[in-house]
Ligand binder design. Structure first.
Ligand code: ACM
Ligand code: ZN
Length: 502
């Protein structure tokens, strides 16, 4: 016990010793916080005498030998809050932005803000949230509202799941049928639409009473400007080769050369050259829209049965010397990765992209558990952890909750996750980019419901992504999450448990 305490004191450093009794409700907990005498009323926070210095040299002086990586330095800040004054030092606009979020949050969360000194930086470069727009279409205002909350929580990656079986939700000029024909359906609720785990009918854009929608290029530009101002990178996902029921509905020739496109209804044909022409044309438009250096290419849950029967797939396997349908998927992913690379982009894929061999410099999003991620780290790849058991925000928060996936994921369990597993050697820890919460929307019927699934669990994702591991403390977080939930409600968010019934 003594050794643990000593190790903890050393790890926390000189300011950290005050950390156990932070009189603030701030989420995420800052790396180092020390309280000074006096308090400021939340109202007075807006009229403090403010001094801001953006200087790497000045910040390094404040860091006093603490070793930060270059990306951490960019996000780091030092601030000191006195009764009448606020001083901020950062190396970059990004650090200044996070300092301002801290001030805003303390003014909202604390009834009297304690004067303090904070030295703060993130633990992980990827602190993400994913939103499924295909199964339920959220729309621009909802997305901006969640980006605003992400910024307040110092989260910085928004994974935009834009296309999937139940609807294509992104304007693509070269292929207008994608949105004209498959962004709309007769049934609003996903489970009323899907039939026998296959997929349901689509209707044309403009059909009276149809449910759906999609993002125009102007919508995307608006969202990107909003995100950029909040230091959030938006990463679009274009699924392949599975989860493409809607793509095949719009362009049936992209399916395998089998009766009805083959028994599996979701897959593109990775044998045909025209499939690559389609994907590359779509991706070029996506690259033009989104400045992120990442493109998420999906890669999950392709059943691959059609490929063993399709003459085009078989011919491709023969020509390329591919021994299995798993190798055929790997061929497709590697080919798309090379295409992305040629346009200055890198791919992210769900952990199935490990099957049949991983494309060079691909980043793996580990969702089945952490095994895929650990394997990728061992092979020298970057990984984002989003294991179902801890990060799937479509799981219910209590057994009585209506309309959610039947597995239980309470706030405490989300909070208990640490992306750096004991099996990861310290020399490979830099390959762990961070973590992400995923909201799949099979069960979601409106904004109220979506937010109830997100909050308060997103607060836990944010703290795990930002705060040093040794600062995590469940009882203290529970206290802060409760205060944060009330503030979020005041800001107009629905937070579980909802205060009034829908
Ligand atoms: C997934 O949940 N299919 C990535
Ligand atoms: Zn095929």
């Amino acid at each position: 016990m003594k050794t643990i305490l000593l190790a903890l004191t050393l790890a926390l450093g000189p300011m950290g010793s005050h950390a156990q009794s932070q009189p603030t409700h701030l989420i995420p907990a800052p790396a180092e916080y020390s309280v000074r005498s006096g308090t400021v009323s939340p109202d007075a926070m807006a009229s403090l005498h403010e001094k801001v210095l953006i200087s790497e040299k000045a910040l390094l002086r404040r860091l006093d030998g603490r070793q930060l990586t270059p990306w951490q330095l960019k996000s780091a800040y030092w601030l000191t809050l006195g009764r009448r004054s606020l001083k901020i030092v950062a190396a970059d606009e990004e650090g200044l932005f996070y300092a301002r979020q801290t001030i805003k949050m303390m003014a909202s969360l604390d009834s009297a803000v304690s004067c303090c000194t904070i030295l703060d930086w993130p633990r992980f470069p990827y602190r993400g949230l994913m939103l499924d727009e295909s199964r339920h279409f959220q729309g621009k205002d909802f997305v901006k509202k969640q980006l605003e909350m992400m910024a307040r929580l110092k989260m910085n990656r928004f994974h935009f799941h834009l296309v999937d079986n139940p609807g294509w939700r992104l304007q693509i000029d070269a292929y207008p049928r994608l949105t004209r024909l498959t962004a709309w359906r007769p049934q609003a609720f996903f489970w009323d639409w899907e039939q026998n785990e296959i997929g349901g009918p689509f209707v044309d854009e403009g059909t009276p009473g149809a449910y759906g929608g999609y993002y125009t290029k102007q919508d995307i530009a608006d969202i990107l400007a909003f995100a950029e101002a909040r230091h959030i990178e938006v990463i679009p996902e274009i699924e392949m080769p599975g989860h493409n029921y809607e793509t095949r509905a719009a362009y049936p020739s992209l399916a395998c050369s089998l009766p009805g496109g083959g028994k599996d209804p979701w897959e593109l044909c990775p044998g045909k050259e025209t499939t690559y022409q389609f994907l590359e044309t779509v991706l070029l438009e996506v690259f033009d829209m989104f400045p992120s250096r990442y493109i998420h290419i999906g890669g999950d849950e392709a059943r691959k049965n059609n490929w063993a029967l399709c003459p085009d797939c078989q011919a491709r396997m023969k020509a390329e010397g591919l021994p299995s349908v798993a190798a055929l998927q790997s061929y497709m992913i590697r080919r798309i990765a090379r295409f992305a690379h040629a346009h200055g982009k890198r791919i992210i894929g769900w952990d199935e992209i490990l099957q049949g061999g991983l494309a060079p410099d691909a980043t793996v999003m580990s969702w089945h558990g952490t095994e895929g991620g650990l394997q990728a780290v061992r092979e020298g790849h970057d990984v984002i952890f989003t294991p179902t058991r801890y990060c799937y925000l479509d799981y219910h928060q209590d057994p009585a909750q209506f309309r959610a996936v039947g597995r239980h994921l309470p706030l405490s369990k989300v909070y208990s996750f640490d992306p750096v597993d004991a099996d990861i050697p310290p020399s490979s820890a830099h390959h762990v980019l961070g973590l992400q919460g995923n909201l799949w929307t099979e069960h979601v019927q409106d904004a109220w419901h979506a937010e109830m699934m997100l909050y308060p669990r997103v607060f836990a994702i944010a703290e795990t992504g930002w705060s040093p591991a040794e600062k995590k403390n469940w009882p203290d977080f529970e206290r802060r999450a409760s205060a944060m939930s009330n503030v979020a409600r005041e800001w107009g968010y629905t937070v579980y448990p909802p205060l009034q019934k829908h």
